[in-house]
Design a protein around this ligand. Structure first.
Ligand code: ATP
Length: 510
């Protein structure tokens, strides 16, 4: 068993890690096998085996290596990590990710690998478990330089945080953030640790390596405390940001619509430019988006908000789109740029589950007898977000799974069921309205944004439209007192996740 030598030069490292871990009893180390995470693995193992010595509560520790499949050495590194954990008695696993998936072809491989890695790690966290990475002070300096290069404001210059919460549920700790790389190297040599050197770390085509190898050494030579000073600057910027968050929280809550993540932009016209920009930035960060540059924030304002009233502006922000509809701004997945082609599919009712195309989720029908289940209002539409189904971590996480129900009459024995997407001709008579209207007019009246219109399944019995699922029901879909049964149709959406139906629900209930 590895014992603890708390000599004074190590004491500072143990103290900082211990301080960060207080109150956490289940730890998952993101372990790359490099010097930094090997030092953290070693310290954690020693703390775990001697927790009373450090007045820490006993904790559970396991480690994961992410096999990105980018380097030819990934297999060797994975087995190195396995061995290092084995000698320390730490449970270990490897997760493979595929950065060369065709969908990802065009993107910056380094950033892509990082995003996929975090996504996998967050998904692997057990209940009450927190993630640890081995970022240190020199990483923080590099991050700040990169933020300067991107033209970020105080939030980008806040750098990484020692204790961060993502998507309101995943806790990430960086216990070595106040320690210099030099300190970690001294520890590693003293303890005779074994680690791997990533061959790509010397490739100065990557910005981070360029800074680490070409720029920062001369800065550290001239100003030995440079990294501590930069860390302090980052902390000051973070404090400012937190203060601003506090001060803007009330205004922000009035603008954000939590049901779909959209932002009401009309009130922004009354605010000063800095306040407006700060609120727009908070909106993007609220959706867990990477902090955009000031230039991009200005483009959202000029090209999306201020575009002509009759225009349909679209601004692409990495893999998302910023769009405007009526008085609100929306962030959408990039695949929502175009509307879908008209398509007609038949639903064989032997199967009560129908998988929708374009990743739109699935429909489920359930025949009910009127006696068994009478909705308060037969034309009632219910909505609820099924949060238990959320597992992934991205901008749309909170809005990812939406379950919509509607109640319509059952089909007659000679009626064939089909699902149609896209526009349909002729006047429609919907519940709650006397006059007939064209579909486009109905979408407008119900406030359905244009990008969703071709993605809403239209349920037909023969050639008769019964319901636009979750949005409206036609007179032909009405449940009458003569009938014994009704259909409950549920739509579980995978990708689109907008509770746009809110308004139409209210409308039907009135
Ligand atoms: N392949 C990996 N598997 C598991 N964890 C890893 C892996 N690579 C890096 N990490 C974790 O991320 C930390 C930062 O590593 P590194 O600086 O190389 O990553 P990066 O890609 O620059 O990410 P970041 O931008 O988050 O710093 C490491 O200390 C380690 O905890």
């Amino acid at each position: 068993m590895i014992t603890t030598n708390t000599s004074s030069e190590n004491w500072d490292l143990y103290r900082k890690v211990t301080h960060c871990l207080v109150g956490h009893t289940r730890l998952l180390l993101s372990y790359s096998g490099g010097l930094d995470s090997t030092v953290l693995l070693d310290i954690l193992t020693r703390l775990k085996n001697n927790s009373d010595h450090f007045t820490l509560s006993p904790f559970m520790l396991r480690a994961i290596y992410i096999h990105h499949g980018i380097s030819n050495y990934s297999d060797e590194w994975a087995s190195h990590c396995f061995n290092q954990c084995k000698i320390r008695g730490i449970p270990f696993s490897v997760i493979h990710i595929n950065c060369y998936n065709t969908e990802n072809k065009q993107r910056n491989i380094e950033a892509l690998a990082r995003n996929l890695r975090y996504k996998k790690l967050y998904n692997r966290l057990n209940s009450k478990e927190i993630l640890l990475t081995a970022h240190h002070m020199n990483d923080q300096v590099e991050s700040l330089f990169l933020a300067l290069k991107r033209g970020s404001g105080p939030s980008g210059l806040s750098g990484m945080s020692k204790n961060a919460l993502y998507a309101n549920k995943y806790r990430l700790l960086r216990p070595l953030l106040d320690c210099s790389r030099e300190q970690l190297e001294i520890y590693a040599y003293k303890k005779k640790l074994v680690w791997i050197e990533d061959d790509t770390n010397t490739d100065t085509r990557f910005d981070r390596n360029f800074l680490r190898i070409k720029i920062l050494p001369s800065i550290y030579q001239r100003w030995p405390c440079f990294n501590q000073v930069v860390a302090r600057t980052a902390q000051l910027c973070r404090d400012q940001e937190n203060l601003l968050n506090e001060l803007l929280s009330e205004s922000f809550q009035k603008l954000i619509d939590e049901s779909d993540g959209s932002l009401l932009f009309i009130p922004l016209f009354q605010y000063s430019i800095p306040k407006r920009q700060a609120l727009l930035r908070r909106w993007l960060s609220h959706l867990s988006m990477k902090m955009p540059s000031y230039q991009l924030i200005n483009r959202i304002w000029k090209e999306v908000v201020l575009s002509r009233k009759d225009a349909t502006p679209i601004l692409q922000l990495d893999k998302y789109l910023c769009r405007r509809f009526r008085e609100k701004l929306y962030i959408l997945p990039v695949n929502m740029r175009c509307s879908l082609n008209r398509i007609e599919l038949s639903w064989n009712i032997i199967h009560n589950v129908f998988i929708l195309p374009y990743n739109l989720g699935k429909l489920i029908y359930q025949p009910l007898s009127i006696n068994e289940h009478v909705p308060k209002n037969p034309f009632d539409l219910h909505l609820n977000i099924d949060s238990s189904l959320n597992t992934s971590h991205d901008v749309f996480e909170k809005y990812k799974k939406v379950l919509t129900h509607c109640f319509v009459r059952s089909p007659k024995s000679d009626e064939k069921i089909s699902i149609i997407f896209g526009n349909i001709d002729g006047l429609l008579y919907i519940l709650g309205r006397n006059r007939g209207r064209h579909l486009k007019k109905i979408w407008q009246e119900l406030g359905v944004p244009p990008w969703l219109r071709s993605r809403i399944p239209l349920l037909f019995y023969n050639k008769t439209l019964i319901t636009a699922i979750g949005v409206f029901i036609t007179q032909n879909g009405k449940i009458t007192s003569k009938e014994n049964t009704l259909w409950k149709i549920s739509w579980l959406q995978d990708i689109i996740s907008y509770k746009i139906f809110k308004n139409s629900v209210r409308y039907h209930l009135e």
